[in-house]
Design a protein around this ligand. Structure first.
Ligand SMILES: [Fe+2]
Ligand SMILES: [Fe+2]
Length: 306
């Protein structure tokens, strides 16, 4: 039976931002913890090419050519970069036949964006097959929305996109600990963060925010990503910074139909948009148009990437 959030709590939550521990009793009832948290080193590693692309944001001196040279020996990434470079997403007029040519046409920013997106997809596929498919769609939707809204803040667009891709990575930890338990939890709980985090705590002894922060720390990614994974369900601050851009983008992705839980978001897109700064909101397309644009991009990647 799905757990629904009452209107009064829903309103309070929207005004104050969701916080952990709102509910006094677990919506799941008495729960046996699944098992102890595995050492982060035992989890599958993030694809090396995507990790390299992520670390570019850490200030390493990887140029377009260097990134390209990391991609070329990797047959999976090479094939996927070429497929996407020849897809309707990019729509170059001539056929792109090698990675170097693709990288020159795409440019560094788009190539890195593509590598990170494909990297998350292959990581989630390896980790738990279909279980986290909705997580991939949600993360890409969140990344696209974060990138778009960052444009109207003083937040770096690349960083916003990457934050969106990584923010829910902690779900992989929980899915690895108990794939069936996590699937059943996702099926039963709507994507109200307070409820979701509480249930994850009850079932796994850790929630996906805490787990994500540990995983990203173990990968030695920059501290900014640790903060994004750890705090993306904290109450809204209304600050013009990357955590706030990610928080709002995550909520909007849920409300636009790209929720991790099949139960969906308890909030409408209009309710979530009301939380956005006015200067951002006025630049966003209509809700339907935004949802269609995101779905189109995700479908192209889905159809193109093996
Ligand atoms: Fe999350
Ligand atoms: Fe999210």
């Amino acid at each position: 039976m799905p757990i629904r959030v009452s209107t009064s709590r829903k309103q309070a939550s929207l005004m104050q931002g969701e916080s952990m521990g709102i509910v006094s009793a677990s919506p799941l009832g008495p729960v046996e913890p699944v098992k102890t948290l595995p050492p982060m080193e035992n989890l599958p590693p993030f694809p090396a090419v995507a990790m390299r692309a992520l670390n570019v944001l850490a200030g390493t001196e990887t140029s377009l050519r260097e990134l390209c040279e990391v991609i070329r020996p990797d047959p999976v990434f090479s094939a996927e970069v070429l497929r996407l470079a020849n897809s309707p997403l990019v729509a170059f007029s001539k056929e792109v036949s090698n990675v170097l040519q693709a990288s020159m046409l795409l440019g560094f920013r788009r190539l890195r964006r593509l590598v990170i997106t494909v990297g998350l997809r292959s990581y989630l596929d390896n980790a738990s097959a279909q279980l986290l498919r909705s997580c991939w769609r949600h993360s890409v939707a969140c990344a696209m929305l974060a990138e778009r809204t960052a444009r109207w803040n003083s937040v770096d667009r690349d960083f916003a996109y990457t934050s969106g891709i990584l923010h829910d990575i902690g779900r992989v930890v929980l899915a690895t600990m108990g794939p069936d338990s996590y699937a059943s939890l996702l099926a039963r709980i709507p994507d109200h963060p307070g409820e979701m985090l509480r249930c994850e705590q009850d079932m796994f002894g850790i929630d996906h925010c805490q787990a994500g922060a540990r995983l990203v720390s173990a990968w030695h990614l920059p501290e900014e990503f640790v903060a994004i994974t750890a705090r993306h369900h904290d109450p809204l601050t209304h600050a013009e910074d990357a955590p706030e851009v990610t928080r709002l983008a995550c909520r909007l992705a849920d409300a636009l139909g790209f929720s991790v839980s099949p139960q969906g978001s308890p909030y409408s897109a209009e309710e979530v948009l009301a939380e956005f700064p006015e200067n951002v909101r006025t630049h966003l397309p209509q809700v339907r148009e935004m949802a269609a644009e995101i779905a189109r991009e995700i479908d192209v990647i889905d159809a193109t990437v093996a």
